[in-house]
Design a binder for this molecule. Structure first.
Ligand code: SF4
Length: 225
């Protein structure tokens, strides 16, 4: 929780004010393909992926730095110019207030998108009816998941994938090809598995070393020597 109080009176309170927001990008053309959006980065993630370049927003104990009212004000100014809001992170489904924020954004006439790694399927199930598009990270074949997240993850991630597919929500599944863990054959195995599960859009992303740890950058460099 951010500890921030609503700026307006009780009538304006929706619960979204409880979100711990680490950052707000007022305009993005790539976070929701084909849409002009504002992107809200939510604080906290339970995983510590090898290639994560958001290390500063992983700790769930860190309070938010952007009040929800800033998002409200932005949407008020950009009515007719923005298509929607993307909730990203961190892991946005970690925060119970996400559902209130998604509801409020929809009620304001904007679309709602979610970037998630599927760490919390029960929370995802609750928020999905309020979401128009999901960018879901599936990081590896199940047997290699922990090598990337350095926690756990395959079980909740694949459960989340099943939920999204069953809900019929528009979804893009994304995999960052971490060459320190995944071989070309591993990626091909994952693509085949996802296709068999019913995934129609699987996007492979190249690792970006910027913002990652020095250890990870060294591991990447060692692969090219
Ligand atoms: S799930 Fe995403 S935000 Fe969390 S550690 Fe992995 S890459 Fe970073």
């Amino acid at each position: 929780m951010s500890g921030q109080q609503p700026a307006a009176g009780p009538a304006a309170w929706t619960g979204a004010e409880l979100l711990a927001i680490a950052g707000l990008t007022p305009l993005s053309t790539c976070d929701w393909p084909g849409r002009l959006v504002a992107t809200v980065f939510l604080q906290g993630c339970p995983w510590r992926c090898t290639y994560c370049h958001n290390a500063g927003i992983l700790d769930p104990r860190v309070p938010g730095v952007v009040p929800w009212q800033d998002v409200r004000d932005l949407l008020g100014r950009r009515r007719g110019l923005l298509d929607g809001v993307v909730f990203s992170g961190g892991e946005p489904t970690r925060q119970a207030a996400l559902i209130h924020a998604a509801r409020e954004v929809r009620a304001s006439g904007f679309g709602v998108a979610l970037h998630t790694a599927g760490a919390y399927p029960a929370a995802l199930r609750r928020v999905l009816p309020h979401v128009d598009w999901v960018g879901l990270d599936i990081k590896a074949p199940a047997r290699l998941y922990d090598a990337i997240t350095r926690r756990a993850g395959a079980e909740p991630a694949f459960a989340s994938l099943r939920l999204v597919l069953d809900a019929g929500v528009d979804v893009q599944v994304r995999t960052t090809m971490d060459p320190t863990v995944l071989s070309v054959a591993d990626v091909a195995e994952l693509t085949a598995q996802l296709t068999a599960l019913g995934v129609r859009e699987h996007v492979l992303q190249v690792v970006r070393p910027d913002g990652t740890t020095s250890e990870y950058r060294a591991a990447l460099a060692a692969l090219t020597r």
